[in-house]
Design a protein around this ligand. Structure first.
Ligand code: SF4
Ligand code: SF4
Length: 338
């Protein structure tokens, strides 16, 4: 039995996390892509706008972290400039979530001290990964990941678990330890973007499938010295429910100026905020904020609206468990505790 135990990573009220989609274009077409151009636009932000919006969201005196996202953020020719701007402004951590193609020779335009690189890979082999993410993607992504490791970058890897790759998750920890990856993010397939159009249920996991596999793989990975982070999903009995919209400062920014506080709302025009003339403006009427204050016995309101299949009730209609905020994570670290 591995000597590691997963803990809930509570929200940090004084911390700001900026999820900055700088464009929506991508060179891939993954089966579960959540980018939704009808809602998020097709614009690529200019260098100046990226600088302005980074300044808008940075709060001096408060820990601010930025994660550059797309589409594929390395397709943006000014990503390296934006990373340096974020550092200059005082962002505590800067992360780039990449599909592994590292366009515009990113590794030679930033230093390991400037950004963490987070690679997305959905299988331990090309045979598992490529049917999900595209022909040849496994080789390109892992080649670039190894180059980044050799250059001294701090690396994370995101594996989005679905029915297509759940059975292969257990092969990842050894590979990641071997490649020099420090952090392993295990994501659950969401009901957003393309995966929402999954009528045959080919992608979505049942709660039982998730619980039977993910915590055990996380323990194994921690045993190899990795830090593992995965969604909490099910609250323990007695554990308080908290909506990040009420207790945390997360901003999901899109190139059309929409700013969401809840990622589950991103497929709808429910954004609480928008950027207008480089100012953050609160939207009137019914927005995602109207949902944050609702209290229901099932936990997260948006989950009940979008993913009612996750819920189970007893004969009296009482929920058998509560679903946590999708932003609440479970963490287990071999690096810190081992
Ligand atoms: S790499 Fe990301 S943005 Fe591009 S298609 Fe895949 S999931 Fe979508
Ligand atoms: S996922 Fe649910 S609990 Fe979390 S911010 Fe959205 S509405 Fe709130």
């Amino acid at each position: 039995m591995p000597p590691f135990k997963a803990k809930t990573i509570g929200f940090k009220p004084r911390e700001r996390n900026i999820f900055f989609h700088i464009l929506t274009a991508c060179n891939l077409s993954c089966r579960h892509c959540y980018i939704n151009p009808a809602q998020h636009g097709t614009a690529t932000l200019s260098r100046q706008t990226m600088d302005d919006w980074l300044a808008l969201f940075h709060q001096p005196g408060q820990e601010s972290n930025v994660i550059f996202l797309g589409g594929e953020p390395t397709l943006h020719p000014d990503l390296a400039h934006a990373i340096k701007s974020a550092r200059r402004l005082g962002y505590q951590s800067v992360t780039v979530d990449t599909n592994g193609f590292l366009h515009h020779d990113l590794l030679n335009h930033i230093t390991p001290a400037e950004a963490v690189l987070s690679f997305s890979l959905d299988g331990p082999t090309a045979a598992i990964n490529d049917p999900i993410r595209g022909e040849g993607v496994f080789t390109t992504c892992t080649d670039n990941l190894k180059k980044a490791a050799a250059a001294g970058f701090d690396l994370s890897l995101i594996y989005t678990v679905s029915r297509l790759n759940l059975a292969h998750l257990h092969q990842m920890p050894e590979l990641l330890a071997d490649w020099g990856v420090k952090r392993f993010f295990i994501q659950v397939i969401g009901l957003r973007g393309k995966s929402a159009a999954d009528p045959g249920g080919e992608l979505q996991l049942t709660p039982e499938e998730w619980l039977a596999t993910v915590p055990a793989v996380a323990e194994t990975a921690a045993g190899l010295g990795l830090e593992v982070i995965y969604p909490k999903v099910f609250l323990d009995p007695g554990e308080p429910f908290q909506c990040a919209g009420n207790v945390a400062e997360n901003f999901f920014i899109f190139p059309n100026g929409r700013v969401y506080r809840c990622p589950l709302c991103e497929d709808y025009p429910l954004h609480a905020l928008r950027i207008e003339d480089n100012r953050l403006v609160k939207n009137d009427g019914i927005t995602e904020e109207s949902l944050f204050s609702l209290t229901i016995p099932e936990g997260c309101v948006m989950n009940k609206l979008l993913q009612p299949g996750n819920l189970r009730y007893d004969k009296g209609g009482t929920p058998l468990y509560r679903i946590s905020c999708c932003l609440l994570k479970q963490g287990i670290s071999g690096a810190a505790e081992g």
